[in-house]
Design a protein around this ligand. Structure first.
Ligand code: PEP
Ligand code: MG
Length: 587
């Protein structure tokens, strides 16, 4: 039995057989290209070569001094192969002459080299073809479409198994959820990445950022995941299994008790009304949102409808999908697609110009304005369902006021088209924006004047304010919602909304983390939107908090100069009149 540590996602426990997928086993489907795409395919190749060489250099530099010398020489040999100009030149020549994509060209070249090795008489030299394969795989890891194709063709039922992989995108997670995986563990990833958010909403426990997961967890053995304790236990013994089973039962019992709060209002002890709304991603969320008795949806992430398909969803498909959510939950803030960065259309297969910093590139509203036809279709679909309930449109990742002007232009175009065609829609549909880029938070007063409502996306606001990639587990330790810069931006946004009488909600993961509920209440937040699973617990805290008592702590937290002291103050604030056990408050 061994215990491995990573970062837990969700609060669940899962026990099952491991199913290890080594993503380096890439299946490449040859694709012909047009001559005008040669340059972009060469760019894909160069990006992959650069990154493969960078990651090998990093690995070599991190080899412990005590390790045998052969390890560094082995990595050096691979590095030399990657940096060999012939590798690049021959592959580029194949792209040009055979008009194939970079991945296919790389595989053709790989086959040529392997063939030469296979013809060698010397057994030792013949075995060198394995090094070629390892080098090619290292390069392929940085060719996103090749990586994902290996999952596209995945066709096994995982029924209750725990998936172990190098990394998963949100699109992959949906594929594996449909194959019934019960939990997953990945080498990479952070608890705030989109795939982690998706896992929480699907109630799939996961451990991410578990370096060496695919190396250290064998295929098809018993493993257990305990996401609250951030661990994976490989081949747990009987005692540990029993303990985990008991904890799982205890966890379920606790959740059930909290569910009894369903019919109680989220009102503070001193009488402040609070709204606890749900974040929904997939149709399965409708049921969990309804179960906890939410009054509506504060964030409907529509981009999931655009993933894992070869074409973009038609207006009719979108109307059908949105109307299901609206009919079930009534009051829905539909966010226009936030595609790009770690959420690629078509699982990334369509994207060949890999940006160096995708989170700073064509993402969210930038993506929508870049592809106005796709955006217009989505806006038409949203407007068409606007008569079915209380609908608002929310625009993600705004960074300038000009973007609002452009978005409003396309919304007006959609409205005019629908009027001409005789489709009914709500002409006064509120249009709001997400405040998740520091520029927007700093000028939140201006955004508040231009929009009908604001919603603070702390996942991205923290990423962009603290300059840490939210999917990179290596910088996850810097992800700090309590950082004074973050707190000031949140507060400023709440105050801007109050000044211009515009509702402000918070829909990042911070809203579903019980640690921050009192702090946010004390900062004036009245609308929280979160993973439906978290609503009962957050309601419990709201119902046992008095804003007057919270205020002095909030001030101290804002004035505090040390991060450890700040965290201690947060704990003290949560301790103050700490909440009675849920059984005492439950009806
Ligand atoms: C956020 O950034 O906080 C947010 C809610 O949006 P997403 O997590 O989908 O980027
Ligand atoms: Mg965001």
């Amino acid at each position: 039995m061994i215990t491995l540590y990573g970062a837990g996602v969700g609060t669940g426990i899962a026990i099952g057989k491991s199913y290890v997928i080594d993503r380096s086993q890439v299946i490449v489907h040859a694709r012909n290209i047009e001559p005008e795409n040669i340059a972009s395919e060469i760019a894909v190749l160069e990006f992959a070569l650069r990154n493969a060489s960078g990651s090998l250099k990093k690995a070599r530099d991190e080899v412990p001094k005590s390790a045998p010398k052969e390890i560094a020489s082995f990595l050096d040999a691979h590095l030399m192969m990657i940096e060999d100009p012939m590798l690049r030149e021959v592959t580029v020549e194949i792209i040009r002459s055979q008009l194939v994509d970079a991945e296919t060209a790389l595989m053709i070249h790989r086959n040529q080299i392997v063939e030469i090795f296979e013809q060698m008489e010397d057994e030792y030299l013949r075995s060198k073809k394995n090094d070629v394969d390892q080098v090619i795989r290292q390069i392929q890891l940085f060719m996103p479409s090749a990586k994902l194709r290996s999952f596209e063709t995945f066709d096994e039922n995982l029924d209750g198994k725990i998936l172990v992989a190098h990394d998963l995108t949100p699109a992959d997670a949906v594929v594996f959820m449909n194959k019934k995986m019960s939990a997953f563990a990945t080498n990479l990833g952070s608890p705030i990445s989109h795939v982690a958010i998706l896992a929480r909403s699907l109630q799939i426990p996961a451990i991410v950022g578990l370096h060496g997961a695919i190396k250290r967890i064998p295929h098809d053995v018993d493993i257990a995941i305990d996401s609250t304790k951030n661990i994976v236990i490989v081949e747990p013994d009987e005692t540990v299994r029993i303990q985990l089973e008991n904890r799982r039962l205890e966890h379920d019992r606790h959740q059930l008790q909290l569910l009894r709060l369903r019919y109680l209002e989220p009102r503070t002890l001193d009488g402040h009304e609070v709204s606890l709304l749900a974040n929904v991603e997939l149709p399965t969320d409708i049921e969990s949102a309804a179960k906890v008795g939410t009054k509506g949806v504060g964030l409907y992430r529509t981009e999931y409808l655009f993933m894992n398909r070869d074409d973009s969803p038609s207006e009719e498909v979108q109307v059908e999908s949105y109307s299901k959510v609206v009919r079930a939950l009534g009051n829905v803030t539909i966010r226009t697609m936030d595609l790009g960065a770690d959420k690629q259309v078509d699982g990334g297969r369509a994207q060949h110009n890999v940006a160096m910093n995708p989170a700073l590139g064509i993402r969210a509203v930038r993506f929508c304005l870049h592809y106005p036809d796709l955006f217009l279709t989505q806006l038409r679909a949203i407007l068409r369902v606007s008569t079915l309930g209380k609908i608002q449109i929310m625009i993600p990742m705004l960074s300038t006021l000009d973007e609002i002007g452009q978005v409003l232009g396309i919304i007006n175009e959609a409205k005019s088209e629908l009027t001409r065609e005789g489709h009914p829609y709500d002409p006064a549909i509120p249009i709001g924006g997400m405040i998740e880029v520091p520029s927007a938070a700093i000028t939140a007063d201006q955004f508040a004047q231009k929009l009908d409502f604001l919603s603070i996306g702390t996942n991205d606001l923290i990423q962009y304010t603290l300059a840490i990639d939210r999917v990179d587990d290596e910088v996850n330790y810097l992800y700090d919602p309590l950082h004074p810069a973050v707190l000031r931006l949140i507060k400023q946004t709440i105050e801007a909304g109050a000044k211009f009488n515009k509702p402000v909600s918070l829909c990042g993961e911070m809203a579903s983390d019980a640690l921050y509920t009192r702090l946010l209440l004390g900062m004036g937040l009245k609308i929280f939107s979160m993973d439906p699973q978290a609503i009962p617990e957050i309601k419990h805290i709201v119902r046992n908090s008095a804003i007057d008592q919270i205020h002095p702590y909030v001030q101290q937290i804002f004035d505090c100069l040390g991060s450890a002291e700040r965290f201690k103050l947060l704990l003290d604030m949560n301790d103050e009149n700490s909440y009675p056990a849920e059984s005492e408050v439950a009806v």
